[in-house]
Every structure is written in C-alpha cells, then in structure tokens.
Ligand binder design. Sequence first.
Ligand code: IVH
Length: 669
Amino acid sequence: MDIFEAEIKSLRDELNRHNYNYYVLNAPTISDKEFDEKMKRLETLEAEHKEFADPLSPTQRVGSDLTPGFAQVEHERPMLSLSNTYSIEEVEDFIRRTKSALHDEGNLQIVGEMKFDGTSISIIYEKGRMVRAVTRGDGIRGDDVTVNVKTIRSIPLVLQGNDYPDKFEVRGEILMPWKSFDELNKEREYNEEPLLANPRNAAAGTLKTLNPAEVARRGLDAYFYYLLGDNLPFTTHYDSLSALRKWGFKVSDAVRLMSTVEEVKQFIDYWDVERKKLEIATDGLVFKVNDFRQQRFLGNTAKSPRWAIAYKFQAERALTKLKFVSFETGRMGVITPVANLEPVLLSGTVVKRASLHNEDIIRQLDIHDNDYVYVEKGGEIIPKIVGVDKSKRCGTSKPIEFVKKCPVCGSTLVRNEGEAAWICPNRYGCRPQITGKIEHFVGRKMMNIDGIGEETVEQLYSVGLVKNIADIYNLTYDSLTLKGGIGELTAKRIIRGIETSKSVPFERVVYSLSIPNVGETVAKKLAFATGSMDALSSSTVDELVSIDEIGETIAESVVSFFKEQRNIDIVNRLKEAGLQMAVSETAKAAVSDRLAGKSIVISGVFEHHSRDEYKKLIELNGGKNTSSISKKTDFVFAGANMGPSKLEKAKALGIPVVNEDEFLKMIEQ
Ligand code: IVH
C-alpha cells in the first residue's frame, strides 16, 4: 500500500473511533484541538490524493451547502407504526393477550425501551458501510436523505468490528437534543422566523433541509432500536440491540428485559419521572416481544406489528389564569401576541409567559380576558396554551381582541392577504424596528461589528448618533466617547470593528440590509445571481423570479425596498463608506450562465476538483444538481468509479455522459 494511502486509512479509522467516543459514548479520549488537527491532516491528504477519495470518509461529515433535492425510494420492508395507548391497563392487556396467543405462558420476554420523539429513519448497510438512509415517508416510499444523515456524527458511516451481516437495515430515530433545539429557536426568534414547536418538528424539518451544511450545523443525534435483515445471526431483539451497540450505533441504555407485568409497571413509573432529565425528548415507552420466532408467529396488522405496543406519557399540563395579553413589535414590524400568566410550575420551570403566535390562534382558542387557560409543555420547550377552561369563565368577559394599532408607535396595523401576521407599516419611524435593524446589521452573521450590542445600539440611538445603519460609518472615536458615553476601550474596539466590516463579502451586506423576506440563504442567492448592488437594486420582479428558488413574494419585496428613496440613500452612503458592493473577483470568475436551466447528475470520483466543488461550480454556472437520473436530466457528469447502474440508466434513457475534461470545457470562461 502507498504510504499516503496507509496514512489516510489509519487517520480515517482513528477519527471514526474518536467520533464514536465523542458522539455515541459521550466519552472523548482526545482534546478537540487534537481531533481538529487530525481532521485537517486527513483533509489535506485527501485533497492531494484524490485517487483515495471515499464518500464515507469522516471528512465528508460537514456536508456541502448545495440543494440536491431528494429522490423517492421504495423501502425494502414497509415501515409500520406502533399501536398506542395512554393507559397502563392496556399495556397489561397487551401482555396477557400476547401470552395467550402464544400458548406458552412461562416463556414470554418483553423488552422495554424508550419511545424517542423524533423522526424515524431507515438505513441500509452493506459490507459494513452506509449505503442509503431513507425517511419513513408514507411507510412504503420515503425520501433518500443520505447526504444529510451522513452529517450526523453519532451515526456510523463505517461499522466497527467485522461480525456484522453482509447486508442489513437498521431503524432508529433522528432527534434534535434540547440544547440544539433551544439554540435554533433563539436564532429563529432573532430572525423573526416562526418558532419550531418541538424537537420532533425541528428534527424532521432539518432532515428534509436541502442544505446538508445547514443540517451539519444543527446538532442532530440518533438512537437506533430495530435491526432487520435476512438470516440475521440472532434469535432475539435484545441480542440484536446489543450487536448494534457493538457495531457503533447509539442504542439507549434504558433497554430492559422483563417477564412480569409487575416489572413492566415499575419500568413505566420509573421513566415517567426520569425521562424529564434526559437530553432528548421522549414521548413514551415501547414494549416489544423479545423472541424473533414469537414475533413472526404474532405477525402484523396492516398498520402495526402485533408484537409491540407504545405507552405514551401524558403531556404535562397546568391550569393558570391569564393576566393580560401584551403585543410586541419586532424588527420587521411583526406583532406577536404574548399571554402573560399567573406564574405556574410546569416540568420544573415557572411559566409566566406564552406566545400566542398570531390572531388566528387567538381566535381558534376563543380566549377571553381573565380566562383560566391550560398550559402544556408536552415535548415543547416554549409553553403553549392548548385550551381554555370555559367553566371558570365569568359571564361578562370579552374575547381577546388583537390590537389595531402598533403598541409602540400607534400606526394602524396591516395584514397582507394569505398571511397570518399583523405588521406595523411604520418601518422607519417605529423604534423597535429602527433599533432592531441596526442590531441586525452589526450582528455576527451580518457585518459582525465588534463592540456594538443591543444596549449600545439603544444608547447610540437615544443620543441621536445612529438613526440608521449608514450612520454607523460616521461614528468616530470622539463622537462615541464624548456624545455617545461609550468607554475608551470599547470605542476603540467599535472603530476597529467598523473598519473590518468594510471587507465583509457582498452577500452578507445584502443580508444585513433587513430587506423583508430576505434571510441569509436568499441574500446569498440574490447576491450571486445579480453580482452587484447596482444590478440587484435595478432588477425587475421578472428578472428576480427567474433566479432559482426566488418566488414572487421575495422578488416584490426586493423591488419595493429599492424603490424607496430612503433606502437608496442609505445604500449609497454605505457604498461611499467603502462596503463591498459586488461579488468578489474570485467568486465572480466562477460565475456564468453556461449551464442555465440544465439539470445535471454528478457521479463518481474526480481528478481536478472534489465532487462538492464541482457541485458548487454547477450552481455558480446556473445549473441544477439532481441526485437521480430521469428523463429530465440533461447530462450525467461522470468521474471515475461511477456506479454501473447509473451508467446503464443513462444509456437506457439516451442521456449524454460527460467526462471531467469535457465538463471543464463547458464552463470555461
Ligand atoms: S419500533 C414496527 N421502537 O415510533 C415498529 N419505534 O409510533 C417499528 N419510535 O415509526 C418501530 N422510539 O419512529 C420503535 N424504541 C422505539 C421507538 C420507535 C420511537 C417511533 C418510530 C415509529 C413510531 C411509531
């Protein structure tokens, strides 16, 4: 073996082991720094020796930020669901029924385990390597989300040991741990995006995100609970779980082998309390017949196996009095109604406030002033009002009315057709909208101006130094310290931060402007498609909607933003201040429309660039990456080792196959 190949192999093994120690066992044995160094070394070696590329290398966990779209795949075995109950008696019934159906009373073992509250996944492994990961979908067909699943570090890409079956399927639950969930929602709150109700929705949404890099960032985790395959070398579910654990999968330690109703009841009592301490959401327990032979004998109904039952926990709920509803104005003018409650203890925290989201939710709940309301935290971190105890309502109470005027500036609110939110239209005169936009502008993902936070913005606005984002570039050390009341050190930091912000790339400048409906991803798309502020600001709706993934709402919002003289003035001032107003030369060099409208399937290993780089090049040149070959494919871009089935399919459909040199010629500037 080549010495580089040997080093690559040994680094991959080592990094896989450290990933396992860290993400599965929660017991790292090396420092993050050492880990990063090894990863860097492997990345360098792989870049220099493309012939040893492996899509399952630990370096491939970061995900690329492309939008591959998902192919639909038929499950090899249908993914059934579980029959549910909220009652312990029904669980006892299930055990009794099962025993009598099996006719061998003494011989029934039940495995009790956690019911994870995430989104289910089926993964196929062949020869110890991940082949395909598919969502449940409708149980028969699901989405091939392998690119995203690969970024979840607790899921093995390559298995440990060597006693695994040649081919098997494993099922489990992809979860978003509470900590990641909280962080994500904080970010969404800041961006005034609707908050995710619970970690289950967050996990499911993330897994379907068309951007593996974003998936990698969101900190998903996974637990596995079901092994399937032909001729498995086990006779029981319990043994198969132990084997999964040994091969590197995360299997819960809560799994317990039981044989009496008493034990089952104890298991339920124990976890009903203990589950609240877990880092991930569970919504119940699952009880399964242990013996595979007995499972087969019991069989399935059309929807669920007869050998298993799920016991669901009651969501925690409390009754409390609504004191009043307040209305808050955000950066983009969205008015959020908030229920202010008599403090009540729920799942270990005191709840005083709960978002009511929008007018429609208030109507649906039919909530009146002074009502007693039910607050729930069933797998949701943000308490939710789920109902009203109408028997406690006093006869004269009135339904909660949504405000008609902005609670801060008094402007009459507007609600656009088809949207749930009421908006304060006074974008340039309403304080939280003004200061909110300035805070956004200086934020870490935008211009990243060090030294200015929420409080500083409020202060600089109050003294009249910064009334809009362009005013920031008129700040001086003297104005900050003398008029702004800012300390000397902070003032120096701010001035330095302002200078550095002048080299922040154009796409982030676009994002920092707070154009309605233009978030981070959209800003990037607009920036790369138009190339410069001049082009962006003079684009028509028609031109903008022709950009991939830009719809009418966004296009109209951009056009009306650049129609306003006030915005034009601000952008001109930013330009004079020296901000980046065009895509940088290096990024631009790669941009063209040579592949415009082309649907391209890329496959195999390449010599001059990595596959991810090529995918990016396809996008930058206007093409679209798709993952499976169909009649709509314009051509297949094939590297070495392309799968024979893909090649055959391309041939059968008469789709051209382009090699690396031909492709590079196609996009030559
Ligand atoms: S076994 C054929 N075990 O619950 C039964 N499912 O309501 C296969 N789930 O679709 C599922 N934790 O997404 C099983 N320990 C566990 C589970 C579990 C969560 C989910 C799974 C399934 C759903 C059924």
